[in-house]
Write a protein that binds this ligand. Sequence first.
Ligand code: NAD
Length: 433
Amino acid sequence: MNISIFGLGYVGAVTAGCLAGKGHRIVGVDVSPAKVESLNLGLAPIIEPGLPELLKGARDDGRLRATTRCDEALRDTEVSIVCVGTPSSISGALDLSFVRGVLQEMGDCLRRTPKRHTLVLRSTMLPGSTESLIGELLGDLERSGMLSVYYYPEFLRESTAVADFEHPSLAVVGSRDAARPAEELMKSLFGVDTAVVNWPTAEMIKYACNAFHATKITFANEVGRLGKQLSIDSRIVMDLLCRDTKLNLSPYYMKPGNPFGGSCLPKDVRALTHRARLEGVSLPLMESLLGSNERHLQSLLGLIMESGASEIVILGLSFKSNTDDLRESSMVEVVQTLLGRGYPVRVFDPALNLAALVGSNKRVIDTKMPHIASLLRGDLASALGKGGLVVVAQKCASIEDLKRHLTPAHSVIDVNGWKELQALPVKCQGFCW
Ligand SMILES: NC(=O)c1ccc[n+]([C@@H]2O[C@H](COP(=O)([O-])OP(=O)(O)OC[C@H]3O[C@@H](n4cnc5c(N)ncnc54)[C@H](O)[C@@H]3O)[C@@H](O)[C@H]2O)c1
């Protein structure tokens, strides 16, 4: 294919070299004459292992040239990839002025000399950016069918960028339309199988990944700081932690849903951060966990209140499914708050047998909810009653039973994203998060 690449920095130069290496014909575009000249000489404008060879080979084979002129690049290509910078402004806000500049110029060129064109945005942009920039600057061309627009985030790391480009850790493309053309385009351009989602989801995944990477590094460093103070080799600790691919390095605990609770996580985070404070070691990330969890609980409560429902049904009271452990269960807090605000509440949790509760678990009931017996219903039908807002905190009833007993007078908050719930004929407040 004939491809323009706008922005010849770390991402753009690597993209140019690697796509030329796959046999595409590339026209690089940059506002910097020095970078353009460098590419025209087949020289890498940045230090990146493997890139000089790719660029030189492509230049020598006549598959790579560069220009400062947008119109010249668009004239000779059918696809444009935008890799210009999206730096932080002084306030911390994302600065989209370089992307805006490219799209504006592109729009002017395509209106002056109409031709069918495909635009692939790769610059990292916050959710909603593609929608608003395209609407503002290229909406007429997109609506007329002359321009197709995709958002395809880049996941390469500097210093291993060429290898990362060839074997991306993740490939996700955002498309306004059907999945098939997007998948086929990405395959023919980049040679990879790509998950297709909408624009904002593709924009968000890039930020979620980078925030997760930052969280991992910060977490490991906090373990390291506390370990050093306690004369523990935290590299051994983290190495062992990483050997657990069931709970630690796995999709487990990685789904938005209930706040965490139970007899261990809150208590142990509290104890660890307390000890760190005594040792004079600052652990801002770990210190923030309980506060963030509390915010999450408040968000759930907010959603319940905003629903306008006058009676509430809670499905699942214990801190997770198939246990009767009520200690630090977020749903106990939810029920208590709702009762305090005067809502009638009914609870269904088949794992709970009040008569069998003992020890600290029983104390939770005795101190926090002594009247819980009056809220608990032994069967789903009487818990659901004839209407109300159903907060599905656990899958403690089958979809078939819910289907049988939910009525149009019910609405549902689906805390954990239970897909089948969406298909039921009740008003769903949507996924909670
Ligand atoms: N660097 C990375 O490792 C990396 C990885 C993944 C994603 N990203 C994202 O990719 C984007 C590009 O990052 P980068 O590190 O390559 O940036 P960079 O600053 O190295 O390069 C950006 C280039 O765009 C050029 N440019 C600016 N305005 C232009 C215009 N109107 N027309 C043509 N060129 C123009 C600049 O002159 C510069 O050469 C950013 O959004 C970044 O967040 C970067």
